[in-house]
Write a protein that binds this ligand. Structure first.
Ligand code: SF4
Length: 449
């Protein structure tokens, strides 16, 4: 890798900033500021630093409306907000999707708006850890904080995720390497296990790699539970792993002092879906009869967990919450964004801090080309190409303060380091304005009846 000169040309340092990329929410970053821009980031991994460093080429800077020729043209805030409010107020089946890269404070206004117009509020869990959330509802949630892992864990299992690539500071800051209160020698006091069909970068950093067969995780976890309960395995090889290796691993897990299992989409999205997580949770509960074990889902976006926690706290359901009957309902397969779009139900779609244009299946995106799409975001992306109204927001944790929830459910306050571009507005302000304008339209309609 080429040597990069450290940045020395800056006006000020802003310390203890929180990274707005992955669910590790590293809150020890230092931003180097020059002329009101972030020109360097210290302590972040490459993923975090590249996001925090402004990419002004792609930045959405002004409100835009698509004209009759199909081009997005600049407009003023009042016109864009009025047009968006008009569409939302007149919708029969509006869907507000995204939220995982904005603040809890913004979501608060989103719920108010959703309740007012009977919308469906959904986030990226619908295409990522949704099955994990269902499993938690089925089987319980033996979660621990990353601080407990750092200070206590002497055995850490990564199952179906490649933390070294997806959450690059996870092992260094929270799990394998840091010295903790009861783990003074850091990495030397811990055993790291990776359970994954692929020999990933995380597996390379581990003491044990369990490379079971693709989609063999349910059977493998089942075998571990059977061994833990004192049963003799009838097959010699389970999911590609010799039974002696399974017995040895279970013995190590059972005799450790404090264990933590981190699972990712490689476990959540195998063929058994939420049942794979059910059985992982059951395994943790079984292990707790012998010693202390917990588990944590490796959440992707920095506030994807925040939306699920906030919605569950406020409305009783974590995602895919439907207000169309005037009270919150939640039915997987019915009230999730992809299902609604493929059934061609929504007539207005608002996307905030997400990019369905890049991530949704073609059938779902096809319907987005037929209905009005309102986008609130900071960067131009495939969803901008689908949008009819674009409202440029601000960058939480850099240009605006706000609250987020880390993958372990710990709330983190993300402070503001620089001013947003003059022509942009805070996400919270935009959604509150939409709520007030829709409320006014609805009020006027009722008054004129
Ligand atoms: S590990 Fe995640 S939160 Fe931490 S600096 Fe990297 S991208 Fe940001």
């Amino acid at each position: 890798m080429a040597y990069e000169e450290p940045i020395r040309d800056y006006d000020e340092l802003v310390e203890n900033c929180t990274c707005a990329f992955c669910g590790c929410n590293c809150d020890d970053l230092t931003y180097l500021i020059k002329d009101g821009h972030v020109v360097g980031v210290r302590h972040a991994c490459r993923l975090g630093a590249s996001k925090v460093m402004e990419d002004m080429d792609q930045r959405l800077l002004v409100p835009m409306i698509r004209n009759d020729e199909g081009n997005l043209v600049e407009t003023d805030w009042d016109t864009a907000l009025d047009k968006a409010a008009e569409l939302i107020a007149g919708a029969v089946r509006p869907v507000f999707y995204g939220w995982s890269e904005t603040s809890i404070e913004t979501m608060k206004h989103g719920i108010k708006l959703g309740e007012l117009v009977g919308a469906v509020l959904d986030n990226q869990a619908t295409i990522c850890h949704g099955p994990s959330l269902q499993a938690v509802q089925n089987a319980g949630y033996p979660v621990n904080t990353l601080g407990e892992v750092k200070n206590r864990a002497d055995m850490i299992v990564y199952s179906g995720n490649n933390a070294m690539n997806s959450h690059p500071r996870h092992m260094g800051r929270y799990s394998a390497f840091p010295r903790g209160y009861f783990r003074k020698r850091g990495r030397f006091d811990r055993t790291i296990v990776t359970m994954d069909p692929r020999y990933t970068d995380t597996a390379k950093m581990s003491d044990i790699w369990v490379g079971f067969e693709q989609n063999g995780d349910y059977e493998f976890y089942n075998a571990m539970r059977a061994v833990l309960r004192g049963k003799k395995l009838k097959k010699d090889v389970i999911s590609g792993i010799p039974k002696e290796d399974i017995e040895e691993l279970v013995e190590a897990m059972k005799t450790t002092q404090y264990g933590s299992l981190f699972f990712g989409l490689g476990l959540t999205h195998t063929l058994s879906k939420q049942r794979s997580i059910d059985i992982a949770i059951n395994l943790i509960q079984d292990l707790n009869k012998f010693t202390k074990w917990n588990l944590v889902p490796m959440r992707g976006h920095f506030n994807v967990n925040g939306f699920n926690i906030f919605m569950a706290f406020e409305m009783g359901f974590p995602y895919g919450v439907d207000f169309s009957r005037g009270y919150p309902r939640y039915m997987n397969g019915e009230t999730n964004t992809i299902d609604l779009l493929t059934r061609e139900e929504p007539d207005v779609f608002m996307v905030i801090a997400a990019d369905p244009g890049a991530h949704f299946p073609g059938g779902a995106n096809r319907h987005l080309t037929n209905i009005p799409v309102i986008q609130i975001d900071i960067h131009w992306g495939p969803s901008t190409e689908l949008a009819d109204i674009v409202l440029p927001g601000s960058f939480i944790g850099v240009e605006a303060a706000g609250t987020s929830y880390r993958m372990d459910g710990v709330p983190i306050y993300m402070k503001k380091a620089i001013d947003k571009p003059e022509t942009c507005r805070d996400d919270e302000w935009i959604v509150r304005e939409l709520h007030e304008r829709v409320q006014k339209i609805k009020g006027e309609k009722i008054a004129s009846k």
